[in-house]
Design a protein around this ligand. Structure first.
Ligand SMILES: Cc1ncc(COP(=O)(O)O)c(C=O)c1O
Length: 444
């Protein structure tokens, strides 16, 4: 378990502003009192605001310009209603499994706006992607290209394939890097040209271009655009050397969301201006460009709500034991972080309180890792009070180990057109046996 930093003051304010939760009143999302939603739908609960999802997409589209197709990375939030909200607002989807692809198909997205990344795409993934005819499978190895070619031939189709590049050096500015050096992600840059030729020659493959994804939580717009510039440079060089044209470039995503004190918001305007300068250097005027973003589009538009089940004192500290925990929001309990820091957390009854007393906030699991914060200042809590973890619209349930202890999964609610819609039914205790075979039950 990573060490816990003492509770720092954190940027709740910025998240509350985006939610338009008025100062001086209990927490609201999409104009609804969170207390009322918790009463109606129960806790633990995820709440998403469709207007804010659309607003996030539109500020990105505006900043990056209309030459860029923005894809929403479904791994950040696999609720169908969330994906559908983005699709209806003009986004495409980036998927990473046959499951996410199934969701994409059900969202009504055009197959020309779907890309599939991931280093271990299996037979079922490839079969489904080729059947749907997605714009590109972003291949991460030579062996994967062979598997795609074989499946495309079997289906008698020509499948779009881009090559995800593993650059020689990792790109600065990202907290979790997924490129540079020896990596399972992408194809080493020096191996790309020969793979490109391999794809180009195959009648069952349609070379789409290059893809790069440097890492998540990038806070440097300059580093991000330099990365895009490098990708364009490699593409132009390879086109010249090989005499092959590359119809598209995917510059990846990873724009950072400032959850913690000291995080500077990602400078979207600067990224937009930088990208425009990069595109101006591209002599190929009809090339398609993509950006694939998860967190930046959805995280600020969601909150995770749990209830204080018990309060107790132990060795001088007050513990608030919650009905939700790391099994439903692992990221907020520090999973995937080198340093464990508390997410922005507020008391629903008084989200703007700037004074109170220290609480250790832990969930119901039998592991000390199930803790959202220690010595976190909140207004005095009582049993039954509600806690909200802000910035939880992305990498909440999708990033969580929700089988551990088999508590039912939380419900999910989307606020849309002035109504609160239950868009994921809360789980039930019986779900523990779902898909398990009891004695006498046939295995098909
Ligand atoms: C290939 C790929 N694309 C897009 C994303 C989305 O990243 P983010 O949510 O940081 O924008 C990820 C996240 O891991 C990814 O691996």
């Amino acid at each position: 378990m990573p060490p816990q930093e003492p509770s720092p003051p954190i940027p709740q304010q910025a998240f509350l502003e985006q939610l338009s939760s008025p100062e001086g009143s209990p927490l609201k999302i999409g104009g609804f009192e969170v207390r009322d939603l918790a009463k109606r739908f129960g806790t633990p609960l995820y709440l998403f605001d469709a207007n804010l999802l659309r607003k996030r997409l539109s500020i990105v589209q505006k900043a990056l310009g209309d030459r860029i197709d923005v894809l929403f990375a479904v791994k950040a939030n696999s609720n169908w209603a969330v994906a559908k909200t983005f699709v209806q607002a003009g986004a495409g989807l980036e998927v990473a499994s046959a499951g996410e692809l199934y969701l994409a198909e059900k969202s009504g997205v055009s197959s020309s706006l779907v890309q599939f990344a991931g280093p271990g795409k299996g037979e079922e993934d490839l079969r489904a992607a080729i059947q749907f005819g997605i714009y590109s499978l972003n291949a991460e190895s030579a062996a994967e290209v062979e598997a795609i070619a074989a499946e495309a031939q079997k289906q008698g189709k020509s499948q779009g394939v881009a090559i995800r590049v593993n650059p020689p050096q990792s790109v600065g500015g990202s907290r979790m890097r997924m490129g540079g050096g020896s990596k399972k992600f992408g194809v080493d840059l020096d191996r790309v040209p020969s793979l490109m030729e391999r794809i180009h020659k195959d009648p069952h493959l349609n070379l789409r271009g290059l893809h790069i994804y440097a890492g998540t939580q990038c806070f440097s717009a300059e580093a991000w655009t330099e990365n895009a510039e490098r990708l364009l440079g490699w593409a132009m060089e390879m086109e010249k050397d090989l005499g092959i044209s590359l119809p598209s470039l995917n510059f990846g995503g990873g724009f950072g969301v400032a959850y913690f004190q000291g995080d500077h918001p990602f400078d979207l305007e600067l990224a937009g201006k930088g990208l425009a300068k990069v595109l101006a250097k591209d002599p190929t005027k009809n090339r398609r460009y993509f950006v694939e973003l998860g967190r930046y589009l959805c995280a600020p538009a969601g909150v995770y709500i749990c209830k204080v089940v018990y309060l107790k004192e132990s060795h001088g500290k007050t513990h608030a034991i919650l009905d939700g925990g790391m099994h439903q929001h692992s990221a907020a309990a520090g999973m995937g972080s080198i340093l464990r820091r508390a997410f922005p957390i507020v008391a629903v009854k008084n989200p703007f309180a700037d004074a109170g007393q220290p609480y250790t906030l832990g969930g119901p699991l039998c592991t000390p890792a199930d803790e959202f914060a220690s010595d976190y200042i909140l207004p005095p809590l009582e049993q039954g009070d509600l806690i909200a973890i802000l910035g939880s619209g992305g990498y909440g349930l999708t990033f969580s180990n929700h089988s551990f202890l088999s508590h039912p999964t939380p419900g999910e609610v989307l606020i849309e057109q002035g109504s609160a819609h239950l868009v994921r039914r809360p789980g039930k205790a019986e779900d523990i046996l779902r898909d398990q075979l009891l004695p006498g039950e046939a295995s098909e």
